[in-house]
Each structure stands twice: as C-alpha cells, then as structure tokens.
Design a protein around this ligand. Structure first.
Ligand code: DP6
Length: 362
C-alpha cells in the first residue's frame, strides 16, 4: 500500500451528527524508534509490546457545520476541563491528516479525553492519546462508509495515528506490533504498524511491565527535538543497521522464549537509545541517579536469583521493569523491597502486555 490508498476515492455525504469513543493503550518499544524522516517516516523499524493499564479514553461528538470552515472547528477537554495548550498539537495533527480525512472541515468536534495514569507522571501520553484520536476519526469515517473493510480500518487508524505521533501507530493492536519496513518481516511498512504475525512463545503472552516513576517532571527533551538530533549524528547509520539486526535477532527469541537472549537485546536497545542522546550535539543525559541505581539493582538481583527480570527505558528517567508471569510474585516483592524507594513519592504503575484499543459504547 502507499499513502495514496488512504485518500478517499469518492466524495461522501456528511451525516448530521454522532458520537464515537475509544480507549487506546500505550506501548513500550523493545527495539526503539529514534530518528525520523520527513512525513513521520521512521529511520529504522521498531517493535513494541502493547500495554494494557496505561491508556487514554477519547470521546468525540461531532455536528455538521452549516458551511465548511477554513479553520478546524473543535473544542478540546482534558479530564473535564478545556485544555488550550493542546490545541496547537491537534491543529498540527489535523493539517497532516487533512488529505486523508474528507470531513475534517465539515464538522464541529467536541473532544473529551482522559488518561488512566496520573497526569504529571512523566509517562508519555502521545501514543495512547493520538491512537485513541485516530481511531475515533476512523470510526466517524466508517459511519459514512459502513462497508469499509475491517483490515483497512485498522491500517488507516494506525497510519493516521503515526501522523500524530510515530509510536502511536503501534498502539492500535497487540500484543506485539512492528512498525517500519524490515526485510525479514513480510508486509512490514514505514506507513503503519502491523501485528507481529510470527509464532510467539507463551512466556511472552502474559509479560508484565511495572513502570517505576523515577522522575515525574516535564520531559527535558521533546521527542520531536530528540528525533531531530539523530539527523547528522555520527553514529546514526550504524544505529539504524543495529535496529534492523536486533529485530532479526528477536524473531527466534520470541519463538523459542529464550529469555536470556531477550534480555540482552532489550536492555542493549534501551541503553543505546540513551547513548545516542548522550553523544549528540547538543547532548543530553535523561537518566537520573535513581535510574542507574535501579538498573544496577536489577542486574544484582538477576545475578543472585536467576530471575529473568530486565529493564527498558523510553526517552526519560522512568524505568520499565519487564518480567514473565511465572516470576510475578518474586519480582513484585523485589520491586517493593528494593526499587520503590528510588521512585518519586514511591510511585509506580503495574502494567502488562495487552491486546490493543477497544471501541466504547456511547
Ligand atoms: C523513545 O513517538 O514520541 O519512545 O513521532 O515525534 O511523536 P514523535 O515521537 P514519539 O517517539 C517515541 C520514542 C521512544 C521509542 C519508541 O517508542 O519506539
């Protein structure tokens, strides 16, 4: 498929009004997307676990305008209150998707959104937020085109979500999603995320992700700025090759359930993401002393106990602690006893692998 396949081929008659709602989760990348080209095209392929507990719920009510507007017409509420600071984000998103959504200037939209996780938790909400919004917009499109192929619906929702925030395209489905063309994964594409369709060992089906909130502050570097710094980075070409390689390595690992090798790839990816930030121009250190403390404690615990707990990071100081279902008691005890002390206000979120977004009744 190409971008053109997402441009509607015929004009549609706008219905008067309606309501749609979706709940869409966050995701955590195992092989990281870091670096992009014009048009939200990733510099390398990535793969993620879809999460379950960390999610955004978005409801959109829409009403036909008497005449189409030049500006986008919408109200945006976050957790019940108007949120003017979100408007520019939505406007940028709308501009990017306008060619693909025929009705965007024909309606007034009331968008109401809320997160399941605490607002200033340092957890990025762009993946869950943009995927929920994209799904709502697709549902409106489907109300106009009821015969729409369900497979097309999912692909286009992911395609639109990507234009809002790259990683959001991996939140539509679960439990594992690949985004970005990779030679060994048929149908993988830079345009949208696809469900990882190879055999997956049962050990990965109930994986846990406990998110340790080390620093709940505002992000020091926005993803947009971070992605930009990869352009011209001295190590970028090698990094992009490595991401392809790591995705290839994960294939047999995911099939056989080889957790030792899984840990090596996942932790190396996390540290590489931060290494790229630390060696850019300008350079950043997004880990905090407590991030490192937690990493060392995870390593020591693993060594002493033989557990298969490991960590990954996103572009911040928080630590995602990953572990299989059959170790949940042991690891949870370890987290409570040894790691929670390094979290801001001792806060952490218990999440696990999930199956993707769900449509809500309105
Ligand atoms: C470190 O998807 O937030 O979480 O496309 O600019 O919105 P934009 O970036 P974003 O980048 C996420 C980067 C990451 C790694 C990942 O999720 O793959």
């Amino acid at each position: 498929m190409t971008e053109k396949d997402f441009i509607p081929s015929k004009s549609i008659e706008l219905i008067e009004k309606g309501k749609v709602a979706y709940k869409s989760p966050s995701n955590i990348a195992l092989v990281k997307y870091w670096g992009k080209k014009e048009g939200q095209i990733p510099a390398n392929p990535s793969i993620s676990f879809t999460l379950s507990a960390c999610a955004t719920t978005t409801k959109i009510s829409f009403k036909k305008l008497d005449s189409p507007t030049q500006q986008y017409s919408f109200d945006f509420f976050f957790e019940g209150n108007p949120k003017p600071s979100f408007r520019p984000k939505i406007e940028t998103f709308f501009k990017r998707i306008e060619a693909y959504i025929p009705y965007l200037k024909g309606y007034h939209f009331i968008m109401e959104t809320s997160n399941s996780f605490p607002h200033s938790s340092g957890i990025a909400s762009s993946a869950s937020g943009m995927s929920a919004l994209a799904l709502c917009l697709m549902e409106i499109e489907r109300m106009h085109i009821p015969e729409m192929d369900p497979d097309f619906f999912v692909k286009k929702a992911s395609f639109l979500a990507r234009l809002g925030s790259g990683s959001a395209c991996r939140s539509i489905e679960g439990p594992l999603v690949v985004w970005g063309g990779q030679e060994e994964i048929p149908d993988s594409t830079d345009l949208y995320g696809i469900r990882y369709n190879f055999e997956v060992h049962p050990v990965f089906k109930n994986f846990h992700d406990t998110i340790l909130l080390v620093d709940k502050g505002q992000k020091q570097v926005s993803s947009t700025v971070g992605h930009d710094l990869v352009k011209g980075h001295p190590f970028s070409e090698q990094r992009f090759k490595q991401a392809h390689r790591n995705l290839s390595l994960l294939k047999p690992i995911l099939r056989t359930g080889n957790l030792k090798e899984f840990i090596k790839v996942v932790e190396s990816e996390a540290l590489t993401l931060h290494a790229i930030m630390m060696t850019g121009d300008p350079y950043f250190v997004l880990m905090k002393p407590n991030t490192l403390e937690i990493i060392h404690r995870i390593w020591a615990f693993r060594e002493a106990s033989g557990s298969h707990v490991c960590f990954t990071l996103d572009a911040g100081a928080n630590v995602h602690v990953l572990y299989p279902e059959n170790e949940k008691e042991q690891v949870h005890q370890f987290i409570v006893n040894e790691l929670v002390a390094y979290c801001e206000n001792q806060q952490y979120i218990c999440d696990r692998i999930g199956l993707g977004a769900i449509r809500l009744k309105v």
